[in-house]
Design a binder for this molecule. Structure first.
Ligand code: HEM
Length: 535
């Protein structure tokens, strides 16, 4: 291709092949990037810089594992013992693509950016919650005044009636699992991937307590009228959630069975949810609703609000779905981790079983009233949440030029004020916080006793975040975990399934590997359950 460029009164002819055109464009891009990086590196940073080829959460960086020259999506896990040695806040500066972000392992810095307080200078960018907006605006994705409106309505749904239901449903699901999977006829049960079990449990509990569905451990039967059963639709939607976000709508219409099922499930569920909202609204208005699930509680709380604060049907549905997504994977990962830790810590497992027997005995079912006395059971779950914090990064952006107060390093009194420019992203690195020796002695050690004696609402459980925007489902998750673990550990001793010649220590070291998709969880763990024969 020949271009004629008029220059200095004459004409210059330039012969451009498509390849050379591309090379010119690439050259311009490189030049622009070099200038940007020179500008960035020339700007003073109040925090030590960590250089990386790419941004860990943007393409192409997200496709790489964490290597010496670039940070992948799990870099904060892989380098959890190194990143904050010099400073609790660092400036992660990508060289080839992406903008610098501040990462902090200090919860006091975190508190200033994540709280969602009235006069905050930080907000939760929509890009941080994109994956949760598929079903409508909701508590997790909302910010500012909108967030306050959602929290006002969703908050009251998390009450003791709901927790009683969670306890009852968890016990029911455990018994159902034992019967359906034939555990009651065995003395030893091997589970190749414990996550499969904990995910199914958490899913059934949230669909029952969140949506009010009858659930069974066995696969739901197919209906005769060709219509997909709602439970099945829910299961598919939970499994294909990421696919629905990434793939454009037209691709979902291609004749690929997985896509067709995902689309059918979504449409079936959307229609069903609209009917459910209408039905529950009518029940609540007539005063004859006897249901205690979160969905009904939400509708009730919403009816009580003045119209200024009321959520519309789309927002109600958005919140019910967000409970499903925020609630089931997080709990399942943390439970899987807890059981993995039990398998390698016999002495802790024995201590916990002793407490279960002393509180509940061996003959009766644990009751919701036992919950507060099963402190050691809750503690093994909390300690797993610390070592594998499912909500691993809290991302916020400065909406104006502002100042943050940064505590001085451990051993030095006082703090310093650091200016933060509008548009700066600050990541509260939950892995960094949970492994920060300022807050936890020997952070690499699994030690549930660090949680003994703390009040239920203590802010020291930072894995669930702090301040007004802290996890609304913390008690839900802990009640579910305590009930399940009390039942399971009373009947079964948990052991690791070792590979040939592997020691328990080596198995334990292998277990300390995190898998990050949306949430952070422990890698697949194979476990053995050996029946306890109580005297
Ligand atoms: C071990 C289990 C769990 C962990 C570690 C966990 C962790 C967290 C964290 C760190 C946040 C703060 C997120 C942010 O500010 O960006 C959060 C928020 C939230 N969590 Fe959880 N969560 C768990 C279980 C649950 C459950 C069971 C539910 C619901 C049934 C739930 C519902 C929510 C909701 C709705 C929010 C948003 C609260 C707000 O912004 O006002 N979570 N969770």
């Amino acid at each position: 291709m020949v271009f004629t460029i008029p220059l200095f009164g004459g004409e210059f002819k330039v012969d451009f092949s498509p390849v050379s055109a591309l090379l010119v464009l690439l050259g311009l891009w490189v030049l622009r990037r070099v200038l940007t990086v020179v500008r960035i590196l020339g700007t003073h940073s109040a925090f030590p810089r960590i250089h990386s080829a790419f941004h860990p959460f943007r393409l192409p960086g997200a496709l790489f594992p964490t290597l010496s020259w670039t940070t992948g999506v799990n870099w904060h896990w892989v380098r959890r013992f190194q990143t904050y040695r010099q400073s609790e806040t660092v400036n992660l500066t990508p060289i080839i693509s992406g903008t610098p972000w501040l990462w902090t392992s200090n919860i006091e810095v975190g508190r200033q950016v994540i709280t969602g307080a009235h006069k905050t200078s930080f907000y939760k960018p929509a890009s941080a919650s994109q994956a949760l907006l598929l079903w409508g605006m909701n508590l997790v994705a909302a910010d500012g005044q909108m967030w306050r409106k959602h929290r006002r309505v969703v908050g009251p749904a998390f009450n003791s009636e709901l927790y009683k239901l969670v306890w009852k449903q968890t016990a029911h699901t455990y018994r159902d699992m034992v019967r359906t999977d034939g555990w009651d006829a065995k003395d030893i049960v091997d589970v190749p991937v414990i996550q499969n079990l904990t995910t199914k449990l958490a899913f059934l509990v949230i669909t029952s307590c969140g949506f009010g569905f009858e659930s069974t451990w066995a696969t739901p039967p197919k209906s005769n009228d060709n219509e997909m059963p709602v439970q099945e639709a829910l299961r598919i939607v939970a499994e294909t959630h990421m696919l629905m976000i990434i793939v454009p709508e037209w691709i979902l219409h291609l004749p690929i069975p997985k896509f067709t099922a995902a689309r059918m499930a979504r449409d079936r569920l959307a229609a069903f949810m609209r009917d459910q909202v209408a039905e529950r609204k009518a029940e609540v208005a007539a005063g004859n609703s006897t249901r205690a699930d979160a969905f009904t509680m939400l509708v009730k709380a919403n009816q009580d609000e003045s119209s200024k604060y009321q959520l519309d049907d789309g927002e109600l549905i958005g919140n019910i779905f967000v409970l499903l997504f925020a609630g089931h994977e997080t709990t399942a990962h943390t439970l899987a981790g807890t059981l993995g830790f039990m398998a390698i810590h016999d002495e802790i497992q024995d201590e916990v079983v002793e407490q279960i027997i002393s509180v509940v005995g061996t003959d009766r079912e644990p009751e919701f009233e036992d919950y507060s006395k099963l402190e050691k059971v809750a503690a093994i779950f909390y300690e797993s949440a610390r070592m594998f914090p499912a909500g691993h990064v809290l991302i916020r952006e400065a909406m104006e030029d502002t100042v943050i107060t940064v505590p001085n390093p451990v051993g030095e009194e006082g703090s310093k004020s650091v200016p933060v420019l509008k548009g700066t992203t600050i990541v509260v690195d939950m892995v960094g916080v949970q492994y920060n020796p300022r807050y936890f002695d020997d952070p690499e050690v699994y030690r549930p006793s660090r949680w003994y004696g703390l009040p239920q609402d203590s802010e020291l459980f930072t894995a669930f975040s702090v301040g007004p925007r802290a996890c609304i489902g913390r008690r839900f998750a802990t009640v579910e975990a305590t009930c399940f673990l009390a039942l399971l550990l009373r009947d079964w001793k948990v052991l690791p399934v070792l590979c040939n010649g592997e020691t328990k220590e080596a198995w334990g070291a292998r277990m300390m590997d995190a898998n990050i998709v949306l949430t952070l969880g422990v890698h697949d763990i194979p476990l053995r359950f050996e029946r306890r024969h109580q005297a």
